[in-house]
Every structure is written in C-alpha cells, then in structure tokens.
Design a protein around this ligand. Structure first.
Ligand code: NAP
Length: 246
C-alpha cells in the first residue's frame, strides 16, 4: 500500500520515471516529480494523472546542483505536507567505447547519475531519520552488475549507486528508513531508442525472454519497495531484466 504516502520521483517526465509517477498516483499516493527540460512531456504526465483523478506536481529541477536539490526537496515537503519516499531515477547515457570516450561524456554521466543520487538522498535523509520512517529507491541498472560494452561511464555510475544503496541502508536501518535499488535490464524507453539500430538485434537475442521490459513493469517493483509491505527489505537490489543477468 502506498495510498496517502508522499513521494518524490526524480526524472518523472518520461520513461521509467513517468510510469512510476502514474503507478503511484493511481495507487493513491501524493506525488511530485522533477524533470530536466521537457516541459511538454511533464505537462502530459500531469494531464494523464488528472484523467485518473489523481494530482501530481511537476518541477523543473536539475539533479546536478546540491543547493537546488535541497530547495526542491524542501519545496516538495511543503507542497505535499511531508515526504515519505524518494525515487532516485533521473539518469542519462553517453555511450562510447572507452578508447573514444571524451572526458565530458564521463563527467556528464557521473554528475547526473551519481552526484544526482547523492544530492537527492542527502537532501532527504536527515528528515527521514528524524521522523523514523522513509523509503529511498534508486534506479540502477544491470549495466552496473554485469557491464555493457560502450557503457564504462554509465556502468560505473550504476555500480556506484548499488554501493551507495548498500552503505546507506546500513546507516539508517535502525531508524525505520529502507534504501533499495532496482536494476532494470533493457526497457522500452527513449534510452533504448538511443542504442544504434545495428546493435539492437544482438541485444534482443541475449535476453532470455526475447523482449524488452516495459516501464510499467519496473514501476510496479518500485511501488512495492515504497510500500508498507516492503518494510523488512533494505539494502537489496531487485533485478528486472527478463533473465539477462542470471
Ligand atoms: P528517459 O526515458 O531518458 O527519461 C529520463 C528522465 O530523467 C526524464 O524525465 C528526464 O527529463 C530526466 N532527466 C534527465 N537528465 C536529468 C537531469 N540532469 N536532472 C533532472 N532530470 C533529468 O530514461 P529512462 O530510460 O526512463 O531511465 C530512467 C532511469 O532508469 C535512469 O536512471 C536509467 O539509468 C535507468 N535505467 C534505464 C534502462 C532502460 O533500458 N531504459 C535500463 C536500466 C536502467 P526530461 O524529460 O526533461 O529530459
């Protein structure tokens, strides 16, 4: 059950974040989400939630700047009247084999994915510890578990998120706060569209279920980890990949 819970989702305008916002709103949670620049997509999410008789709040906010994330978390706490959970979902790829990877592609991915994880978790954790309850769910990737060629930068951030989750979960377990990760495989979102056509067939063949995952399938797992029923699960990584990494 997440009904009545107050949840912030980063990167909620598209893909997995969008599906998560809608799944939570439809289950009766009060949801705020951030986005980077795609205002039209963010408005479409609000509209779709409204049609399902739910209200969600969209905020343009970068994941990279710590001061800005502190302001965003505080703003969301005030608007929703509290904060029970944060989904650390905002993430980007800048794929290239390492021999050709520009330094900026490394830095950009580190800053958005890993620093963004620190920023939002750091901004939210103190009050969760103080209120003796809270949920943090980090959207990592199988890339961080088994590696994917062309993704040294991205895989490093996704493996980093798993270490982050495992450490933080131990720091706050005694205070009623759980910290978990989901590790999706290849999911049908705009990130998949960014993978060159020539590589897609090979990837599809490597997935035992022979299909991409749906954003809604990842959202359902995130919703569960945010729920009361998941109270005894912490420091775990839930893999959602059609058998890819098993
Ligand atoms: P997506 O469709 O590209 O959507 C990315 C979302 O993050 C958008 O809402 C985007 O906002 C937002 N965003 C991007 N950069 C941001 C920034 N700097 N600050 C704030 N928000 C930002 O991505 P996705 O495929 O759903 O992926 C979501 C998460 O799942 C990522 O962490 C990704 O690593 C992980 N994941 C994805 C897959 C997959 O196959 N798709 C697999 C494993 C893990 P705008 O709309 O404004 O650009």
């Amino acid at each position: 059950m997440v009904s009545g819970k107050k949840i912030l989702v980063t990167g909620g305008s598209r893909g997995i974040g969008r599906a998560t916002v809608l799944a939570l709103a439809k289950a009766g949670a009060d949801v705020a989400f951030t986005y980077h620049s795609n205002t039209a997509a963010a408005e479409a999410v609000c509209q779709e939630a409204e049609e399902a008789s739910a209200r969600v709040l969209a905020l343009q906010a970068e994941a990279e700047q710590f001061e800005k994330t502190k302001e965003t978390v505080e703003h969301v706490r005030q608007m929703l009247g509290g904060l029970d959970g944060v989904v650390l979902n905002a993430g980007i790829t800048r794929d290239r084999p390492l021999v050709m990877m520009p330094e900026e592609s490394w830095d950009e991915v580190m800053t958005t994915n890993l620093k963004g994880t620190f920023n939002y978790a750091r901004a939210a954790i103190y009050d969760m510890v103080r209120q003796r309850s809270g949920r943090i769910v980090c959207v990592s990737s199988v890339s961080g578990l088994v590696g994917v060629p062309g993704q040294t930068n991205y895989a490093a951030t996704k493996a980093g998120q798993i270490g982050f989750v495992k450490s933080l979960s131990k720091e706050v377990a005694a205070y009623g706060v759980t910290v978990n990760a989901v590790a999706p495989g290849f999911i049908e979102t705009d990130i998949w569209e960014s993978i060159p056509e020539s590589k897609r067939e090979g990837i599809m063949n490597s997935i035992p279920q022979k299909r991409l995952g749906k954003a809604e399938e990842v959202a359902a797992a995130i919703r569960f980890l945010l729920s009361e029923e998941a109270a005894y699960i912490t420091g775990s990584v839930l893999v959602i990949d059609g058998g890819l990494s098993s």
